[in-house]
Write a protein that binds this ligand. Structure first.
Ligand code: FEO
Ligand code: CA
Ligand code: CA
Ligand code: CA
Length: 660
């Protein structure tokens, strides 16, 4: 038996990198979070004293007035009450229906889900685990057919497998994985492509869909772009350096203007084990990325995850993967031109000159914000002409200046410090070690960049910065304005000249997150934001067709904020700017991923990730949660069915656009 690994991604992200502080000392942010525990808030007494102590009566009066007016907000719905329980909750007047659950069959020949007797073969034909990014690609002009693409970021063994957990001294101990369990995990990773049809306003998966596909951590892929075929990507199994099996830890992603599916490889370090041979040339490269981490047992059964046997394999992960969903037999491509780091996502926009701009976050404390501008231009009339746009272009890293301006610095071999002298012999070296290139260029060290969303309606770009409790007072800068940043913030960028490909821009902080009634937190929600409307730890986001911003979160909990994660509507324009309202919240232990609006804005898809992963800090459960003793059995609530990460479809009762 070994101690249970910290499988939750937000914890995996804590595991390595320059931001890692080996001490276990609580940070000030954690102290504040604990001191103002929202459980106390909900009980009432502390809330009154906290507000009274920190918010002036005038501000409270103004807040009441603003709420009474309510007219300025772009969102029209009755807010959900923040809190925590076993279920999901959506605003009144809306339906939240479960669309796809872990284990749901995706093909006519796929076996029904049998969690007590799961097999790798069955899992590879069923919806995978821990849905994260959700994208939608329309199939025809009727708007009632579409392709849903969903990432399966990682697996939680203690919630997935019966009979492998013991509770010892209040802690979970998990039996080490055997090969079958590892093979199920490998099949539960990756992504799903599934056709949807809409009838009477509700979508359903089309199991017979010809385009349905599972991509796993074992699907054959091709490496393309500047690093393809480079010696640093060659292994015993692949002497060409172009053929790799699988994609892992696909967090957020994107859909390109030409209708391909982007899967971002995030915390790939957790899958590698073994030891790098002494003085290996990749030692510094891997150290910068925290490889190996050994959270998973895959290296025990597959040499490619063992650094002692395949020291170059980690260079084949950490990329942006592009999938042509119109051909279920197509080989997914790892597009190396977009750099190698812990990619959160890749949301894009067609620039006014026809080039396509992809915004990229590297989710680790003190890592960077990037963008990629294609060399070629998008051709809306010829899909095939766009299929390799991601192989040529310029990768930039962001420097945020104190005066509210910013510079996008090109990561181009031979320019500035990116020379052979510094170990960058070719563009392959630059993209493989994009982080080190950013270090040398003096990029701004950020508070964990997650999803970054361009907004074609107002020309702005929103950057989710989830938190960074390791930032010291000395490390505070204007773009990362809080030390011990426990609750994260959102930056708004306006590229110069309304040109998304510009190399200069302006920026400001849209929102500092956390409880605005606690002065020490330093949150900046508008005074019209209610006690339900504030949130911590922004992670994914979406912009709907009306150009409105929706933010989902990762890390709210009874202990941290007295609420679960959820989906919040955030005003960005006019007097209501920085007003936030809670639209949907997840069951205990879950994280909210993948907000996505269909082009007609009549459906919002959200992904409920790792439900029941936690609950010990919730008074309704109060002990470790695992397969046999779960803090929630969402969404089935059957004794013989485990908790199941699922995609939920939100629609307005009676039809119509959401929140209008
Ligand atoms: Fe997988 Fe950065 O969240
Ligand atoms: Ca996250
Ligand atoms: Ca995320
Ligand atoms: Ca997004």
């Amino acid at each position: 038996m070994s101690n249970v690994s910290p499988f939750r991604t937000s914890q995996l992200e804590e595991a390595a990198g320059p931001g890692h502080n080996p001490t276990e000392n609580p940070t000030m942010g954690e102290i504040i979070a604990n001191r103002f525990s929202r459980r106390d808030f909900l009980r009432g007494s502390l809330a009154v004293s906290a507000i009274a102590a920190t918010v002036s009566p005038v501000a409270l009066m103004m807040a009441d007035e603003a709420r009474a007016q309510g007219a300025a907000s772009a969102f029209n719905f009755e807010e959900v009450e923040a809190g925590i329980d076993e279920r999901h909750h959506v605003a009144a007047g809306y339906d939240a229906d479960v669309l796809l659950r872990w284990g749901d069959p995706l093909f006519p020949d796929a076996p029904e889900f049998d969690p007590a007797n799961q097999t790798p073969e069955a899992q590879a034909r069923q919806f995978g685990y821990n849905n994260d990014y959700v994208g939608f690609i329309p199939m025809d002009d009727s708007q009632d057919r579409g392709i849903l693409v969903v990432n399966h970021e990682y697996t939680n063994e203690h919630l997935m497998f019966p009979g492998i957990v013991k509770v010892v001294d209040g802690k979970l101990e998990v039996t080490p994985a055997d090969k079958k369990r590892v093979d199920i995990e490998i099949a539960a990773h990756g992504g799903t492509v599934v056709e949807l049809a809409r009838e009477n306003g509700k979508w359903r998966p089309v199991v017979e869909g010809k385009l349905n596909r599972r991509i796993t951590a074992n699907t054959e892929m091709e490496l393309t772009g500047p690093a393809a075929g480079h010696d640093r990507l060659k292994t015993n199994a692949d002497a060409t350096g172009t053929k790799v099996f699988g994609t892992i830890n696909n967090c957020a992603g994107g859909v390109t203007p030409w209708g391909t599916y982007i899967m971002a490889e995030e915390n790939f370090h957790g899958y590698f084990g073994g030891e790098l041979p002494a003085d290996h040339a990749e030692a510094t490269n891997y150290e910068r990325l925290g490889v190996p981490d050994g959270s998973y047992a895959w290296a025990n059964f597959y040499d490619r995850f063992d650094l002692a046997k395949e020291p170059n394999e980690p260079n084949r992960f950490g990329w942006i993967v592009e999938v042509d969903v119109m051909d279920p037999n197509s080989t997914p491509k790892k597009r190396t031109a977009l750099g190698r780091f812990k990619h959160e996502g890749a949301e894009s926009i067609v620039n006014k000159d026809g080039r396509v701009v992809f915004y990229l976050g590297d989710d680790e404390r003190f890592d960077y914000v990037y963008k990629f501008v294609t060399s070629g231009t998008y051709n809306p009339d010829d899909r095939a002409a766009n299929m390799d746009l991601l192989d040529e272009g310029t990768l930039y890293v962001a420097k945020f200046t104190e005066d509210g301006t910013m510079t996008w610095m090109p990561l181009v071999q031979g320019e500035g410090p990116l020379t052979a002298e510094n170990g960058f012999n070719s563009q392959a070296d630059v993209v493989i070690e994009a982080r080190r290139a950013g270090d040398l260029l003096g990029a701004t060290k950020m508070d964990r960049p997650e999803d970054i969303q361009p907004n074609g309606s107002n020309g702005k770009v929103y950057v989710m910065l989830t938190n960074n409790t390791k930032r010291t007072e000395e490390q505070v800068n204007a773009a990362n304005p809080r030390a011990k940043n426990a609750f994260g913030h959102i930056i708004e960028i306006a590229e110069d000249g309304g040109d998304f490909a510009a190399t200069t821009g302006k920026w400001e902080v849209l929102l500092k997150c956390g409880d605005p009634s606690v002065a020490e937190v330093g949150a900046s929600f508008s005074t019209a934001t209610t006690e339900n409307g504030w949130f911590g730890m922004p992670d994914n986001c979406a912009v709907d067709s009306a150009g409105r911003l929706w933010v989902s979160t990762d890390g709210n909990s009874p202990e941290a904020t007295g609420r679960t994660d959820g989906l919040w509507a955030v005003d960005t324009e006019g007097e209501a700017r920085a007003t936030s309202k809670l639209f949907f919240r997840v069951p205990v232990g879950a994280e909210m991923c993948g907000p996505l609006f269909t082009p007609d804005d009549e459906t919002a898809f959200v992904a409920v990730q790792h439900p029941a992963d936690g609950g010990d800090d919730w008074e309704g459960f109060g002990r470790p949660s695992y397969y046999e003793d779960l803090s929630t059995r969402w969404p089935d609530f059957k004794d013989d069915m485990p908790v199941r990460p699922s995609v939920v479809m939100i629609t307005k009762q009676g039809g119509g656009k959401i929140a209008v």
